[in-house]
Design a protein around this ligand. Sequence first.
Ligand SMILES: [Zn+2]
Length: 336
Amino acid sequence: MAQFWSNSIVIWPLLLSCLCLNLARNMAEFPRIEHYRKRNVDRIAFLVVGDWGRGGNFNQSRVATQMGDIGKKLGIDFVVSTGDNFYDDGLKGVNDPLFQLSFTSIYTAKSLQKPWYTVLGNHDYHGNTEAQLSPVLRKHDNRWRCKRNFIVGAGIVDIVFIDTTPFVGKYFNNSKNQKFDWKDVLPRDKYLSALRKSLHLALSKSRAPWKIVVGHHTMRSIGHHGDTREIVDQLLPILEAHKVDMYINGHDHCLEHISNNKGMMHFLTSGGGSKAWKNDIHYGKNNDTVHFYYDGQGFMFVSLTHQRANVLFYDVSGKPLYHMRIRSTDKKFTTV
Ligand SMILES: [Zn+2]
C-alpha cells in the first residue's frame, strides 16, 4: 500500500502536467506579427503571388517585373505569398541555392523590398520544411517571414495565415511517390484540432474592421484542383462564423474570384506566379458564384481603408484584368 501511494505521488503530478501541456498546446495562440501597431492606419495595401519559385522560368521573372511596377505605382506595405514557394521540392536546407535563385535574385524591384509574409504549400512540404521556417533565411534575405500559422496585424486588418497542407488526406494515404516532411505535424489529428481551435481563437479576438485568412489550398475554385474538400469541411464553417471577408489562396495556377451565395465572403485565388495551364476548368457542385477566372500568369493587388476594399488582378504584362470593390458599411461588393 505504501508503495502504491509513493508511486501515485510521483505519477499524478506528471499526469497533470501532461494534461496541462496538452490543453495549452490545443489552445495555443498563433504567433502575431504587428506590421503596424497603430489602429489609426488609413490604408493598407499589398500584393499577393503564389506558386512561383522556378528560377525565373515559366514567366516567373516577367510576373516579378510587373509586380515591381504595380507595387511602385500603387504603393504597397508588404507582399503575401500563398505558398508553393520553391519548385519542385521546396528547399533542401537553409543554404539551398534555390532561395537566391528563385527569390532574392528575381523579386529585385525597389517596391518589393518589403516583408514577404508567406505560408508553405504542398511542394514546400516535399523538401525540408524547417529550412523555410528557419530565421537563418532572414540573414540571406531580410524580407523573408515564413511560419506555419501566424497572424499579421496591420491596424485596420488582421490577416491569419494557416498551414493547409496537413489537412489534405491524399498526401498521407498516397505518399509512395511523393515524400512529405511531416516533422512537427504528427500526430496529424492533434495538429489539425489545435490549428482549428487557434484559428477560432484568433478570429474571436480580432477587432480589426477587415479579417482575411490566407492558406495555400483552394477552398472554392474552378481551376485544376478545384475545391479542397477537407478545407471546405473543416475550415469554411469557422471562417463563416467569424464573418471573414476574404479567403486568399494559391495551389491552382490561375487568378479567380468566387463569392459565397450571400455575396459576403470572397474566395480569391492568386496562384499565377509562374507555370500556368490553359483551359483547365472544373466546376464544383455548390451555390457559390464565379465572377472572374483567368487561366494564366499574374498576381493580385489588395488595398484596404476604413471605407472600402479594392481587389485587382493583373496579368503577366501588367494589364489589369479585373477589379472588384467591397464597401465596409454593409460589405456589399461591386465590380468596377
Ligand atoms: Zn500546391
